[in-house]
Design a protein around this ligand. Sequence first.
Ligand SMILES: Cc1cc2nc3c(=O)[nH]c(=O)nc-3n(C[C@H](O)[C@H](O)[C@H](O)COP(=O)(O)O)c2cc1C
Ligand code: SF4
Length: 432
Amino acid sequence: MAYPYKHERETRVLTEAFGDPAARTIEGWKKYGGYEALRQALGMAPNDVIEVVKASGLRGRGGAGFPTGVKWSFMPRDDSRQPHYLLINADESEPGAFKDRELLRWTPHQVIEGALIGAHAIRAKHVYIYMRGEFFEPAQIVGRAIEEAYEAGFAGPDMMGSGIGIDITLHLGAGAYICGEETGLMNSLEGRRGQPRIKPPFPAVMGAFSRPTTINNVETVSAVPHIMRRGAEWYRSIGTEKSPGTKLFNVSGHVVRRGNYELPLGFPMKDLIYDVCGGIRDGRELKAVIPGGSSVPILAASECDINLDYESVAAAGSMLGTASVIVMDDRTDIVKAVRRMVEFYSHESCGQCTPCREGTEWTAKIMRRIEAGEGTADDLDTLLEVGRNMTGTTICVLSDSCAAPVASSIAKFRDEYMARIRREVPAGALTV
Ligand SMILES: Cc1cc2nc3c(=O)[nH]c(=O)nc-3n(C[C@H](O)[C@H](O)[C@H](O)COP(=O)(O)O)c2cc1C
Ligand code: SF4
């Protein structure tokens, strides 16, 4: 199977150039219409650029789905509080998520162009691309693309003869999940420990280096050049009314064809699994899906007849998040899968908040005990009680993210926990 695998039902906008190494160069990228949108945006007033993105209905792809144009409009409009900053969040490390690194690898100029347009819209003079330190190959590719953008006069002083100057810097993190949280990212960028900050003040008021700052995900800014070139109406013609546009669905787990698929928002989940991804491997049955990365509630197979847009997934009791779809077949050991997620959050907690620092470790300890066949029924009540205390009580939502898979899996797969507790683990359970 050629990589990246392409499916006929995809709507390839952001991923059109995936698989074409020539598109990594500035000349190659121009063949896909590259940098036309930047030229167009530099000829527009910043507020007008914001209005186009607002009209498109583009929502942030970093997880929360907040409208991007509205976020940009929070930045101060007078220049008295310059400099402003745009931070591009390229830290992607949620278990199940692997879409941003592919955008960075295949289409570095798409990310750079979108970032420069965004920076112009919010009157930022400097863009930082904050990238996960382990992304060695994407870092080299993006670093080279930034050099090319400077050489071509698309970045730096007097971009494309417009009189507007924006600098762009690639900053590598040291590989901590919490540095993807926006205020943790700002602290890390400033050379401090990557720990989230209490909000307010919000970044648009006091962000990086105590200046007004906007933070956007890689996929979010990648959509911007296309919206500028083809218009807000075109973008709205894809997807649903409240969730317009395409989305990269990064599918992992027990499907035949794992990978990244660009589809209109609102695409049916069953079609994604059974058609685009070729169904469940080895002809097995579907057991559960985590639709938006490991931090969102798990859905049982019976709840999976839904469309993949922000509203529909929320109505089903979960979240679209980063659209990192983790598919589990009927041999999946749910207790083991959730225990592994919990260990991740416990390891990545920055330790500032007691409910998170203590709660993630306590949850992991109980999960390990249950998995080992040494748990009791009371442990389930304790897990739920600890989870309640970890939710909505901390500086950032890492703590909530640890509690969500535990609570939802106990609600939907209690019999599996009980089988562990009674030492009757189903025969043939998979090691996930
Ligand atoms: C623990 C944690 C980790 C996060 N990691 C990422 C990440 O790796 N990449 C990302 O874009 N957003 C991440 N986010 C969300 C960001 O805080 C922020 O909402 C996002 O970058 C905003 O961009 P958007 O408006 O374009 O979606 C994370 C949030 C939390 C709480
Ligand atoms: S919730 Fe956890 S990760 Fe987030 S700030 Fe508090 S201790 Fe750190």
